[in-house]
Design a protein around this ligand. Structure first.
Ligand code: B12
Ligand code: SF4
Length: 474
């Protein structure tokens, strides 16, 4: 069987003028996971439109498309094109799960939820000549999965080809997150066996890994055994975790011993009321400053994630957030405009209140306002969001953040890492066009390894955030 798997891109990622590096970071792991279930005799290709052109001149037996909200329009366009040629089209992924009826108009078969159970079921029914038009995932397990078909990935087109996921979902239930809707109807947090995870790590060449798990530290028993198994492997890795798990004694130290050098942390907001509104219970009453100090003391860089536009946010939130993040010496920050994805509790709440502005999925990219904010105008929110990025990544802010690092190595690492992402975007753009993004990996490894291995001595006082009364303990 000839199978063509496609990860369509949102418009910005294919711009002829400028291509942000973030679209050339990670390969399409979901599709490579599904490809593992195909027969060895099948002729399979994976095209990631973020980094490759989709050649639609061919006529495979089966086209498999992964649909995110921001690429839904393009996904449907490709699906319609292939169906017009008589090719069998499968659509799955997060957006299909949120809006199955919409997706079904463009597919022969749709898939809701994770693919590990329904995809093999579909394949065997297809081979028997009786595929169904819709499959809903119920059995949630990562046991006994075939190896991911990483051989189908053009590694050199990515800065971080060794992305890896050893769990699915997350133990928490934040209102704005995709997770509860996607995993409805079954377990919403489960892991591989530690042995399987270690075997997958072993199969990856080189040194650097990026765990894309929503919450790698979410199951302490699993994470402890994983980190114990990774000790001595000589890996350098990055991952995502919550403020709660960073503060928990013991686990983070094990992660660092196993090679953790940078952590994406969902701080989300400096306004305490927002946390309760969004059911982000795990962040309530946590000392955010202590989270950063603890990570820095262990030599781990911090990528803080913040969402603007929750109901407690007013026009002061942007400056306060940036001021706090810079003052704490946070190396990198990711800002988002609150975006209610269909299927989430947040969306239901906003919809019921008549606050959704439109359903143009192309614009649900967390950079544009798609709902009516409570204490801001849409314009203030978009301008404030852009200003936050500008202000955080000014040279002045980068140098001020670097000054909070106690050692020269720490200062240099801070400038190299923060500057490397945002100040050299034009160089990344050139590398993407020359198909040489992979050449940047040694530099990333040098920054992570050269400066991340020594826990730093903390000798200074860490400043208080503005407006303590209304903020979480940042
Ligand atoms: C890595 C990542 C990226 C990477 C690369 C994405 C990629 N190459 O796949 C980059 C940095 C480019 C990226 C960009 C963005 N991302 Co992103 N990203 C992720 C992240 C962290 C991990 C994705 C992943 O690899 N998962 C692991 C694999 C194994 O799972 P999977 O891909 O979901 O595939 C499984 C199932 O979905 C299913 N499946 C998927 N497709 C199909 C098809 C069929 C036929 C079947 C049967 C099954 C199936 O089976 C697979 C195996 O279980 C997710 C968070 C998450 N946990 O999903 C956010 C996430 C997908 N991103 C999101 C967003 C919003 C964005 C951005 C808009 C952010 C921005 N402001 O720029 C952009 C634009 C995305 C786009 N291209 O349209 C949202 C999507 C919301 C939505 N409803 O679509 C998520 C969920 C983050 C979040 N919590 O909100 N992202
Ligand atoms: S902690 Fe993160 S991944 Fe988990 S539900 Fe909340 S936002 Fe989603």
């Amino acid at each position: 069987m000839r199978v063509k798997m496609i990860l369509p891109a949102l418009t910005e990622a294919t711009s002829p003028f400028f291509r942000p590096i973030k679209y050339s970071l990670f390969p399409p792991l979901g599709l490579a996971t599904l490809a593992g279930h195909l027969d060895p005799g099948d002729d399979v290709t994976i095209t990631d439109e973020h980094v490759q052109e989709v050649d639609t001149s061919n006529e495979p037996d089966l086209v498999v498309i992964q649909v995110y909200i921001t690429s839904a329009r393009r996904a449907y366009e490709l699906a319609d094109l292939y169906r017009a040629k008589g090719v069998y089209v499968c659509l799955g992924g997060l957006h299909v799960t949120s809006l199955p009826e919409e997706a079904a108009r463009h597919a022969d078969t749709i898939f809701c939820g994770p693919g590990e159970d329904i995809w093999p079921a579909f394949l065997s029914e297809l081979r028997r000549g009786c595929p169904r038009s819709r499959y809903d995932s119920k059995q949630r397990s990562l046991a006994g999965l075939p190896p991911i078909r990483r051989d189908l990935i053009a590694r050199h087109l990515y800065l971080v080809p060794n992305s890896i996921v050893v769990s699915r979902g997350c133990p928490h239930v934040c209102d704005f997150c995709y997770k509860e809707a996607f995993f409805e109807g079954g377990r919403s947090f489960y892991t591989q066996t530690v042995d399987a995870a270690l075997a997958e790590i072993d199969r990856l060449p080189g040194r650097h890994l990026y765990f894309l798990d929503d919450h790698l530290l979410g199951n302490a028993r699993f994470a402890t055994a994983l980190f114990d198994g990774m000790r001595g492997m000589g890996r350098l890795w990055q991952a995502a975790g919550t403020v709660q798990t960073v503060l928990r004694p013991g686990l983070l130290e094990k992660a660092v011993d196993a090679g953790l050098r940078s952590l994406f942390v969902g701080f989300e907001t400096v306004n305490a009321g927002n946390l309760t509104e969004q059911r982000k219970w795990q962040n309530v009453d946590r000392d955010y400053g202590a989270v950063i100090r603890r990570l820095h003391d262990l030599g781990v860089m911090v990528n803080g994630s913040f969402v603007f536009g929750m109901d407690e946010d007013d026009a002061s939130v942007f400056d306060r957030t940036v001021e706090w993040a810079v003052g704490q010496g946070m190396e990198t920050a990711t800002f988002h405009i609150l975006t209610p994805y269909p299927g989430t509790r947040l969306y239901q709440r906003m919809s019921a209140a008549g606050r959704m502005l439109h359903h143009d999925w192309d614009r649900y990219d967390t950079r544009q306002v798609v709902f009516e904010p409570a204490r801001l105008t849409a314009r203030q929110l978009e301008e404030g969001y852009r200003r936050a990025y500008r202000d955080f990544y000014r040279w002045g802010s980068i140098l001020r953040g670097a000054r909070t690092q106690p050692t020269l190595r720490g200062k240099t690492r801070h400038v190299a890492y923060a500057g490397g992402w945002k100040k050299f975007e034009p160089l990344w753009d050139l590398a993407i066009r020359a198909k040489r993004v992979g050449h940047g990996l040694p530099a990333l490894e040098t920054i992570l390894s050269g400066f991340g291995s020594q826990p730093a001595e903390r000798t200074r006082d860490h400043g208080d955030p503005v407006d303590r009364g209304r903020t979480v303990r940042t």
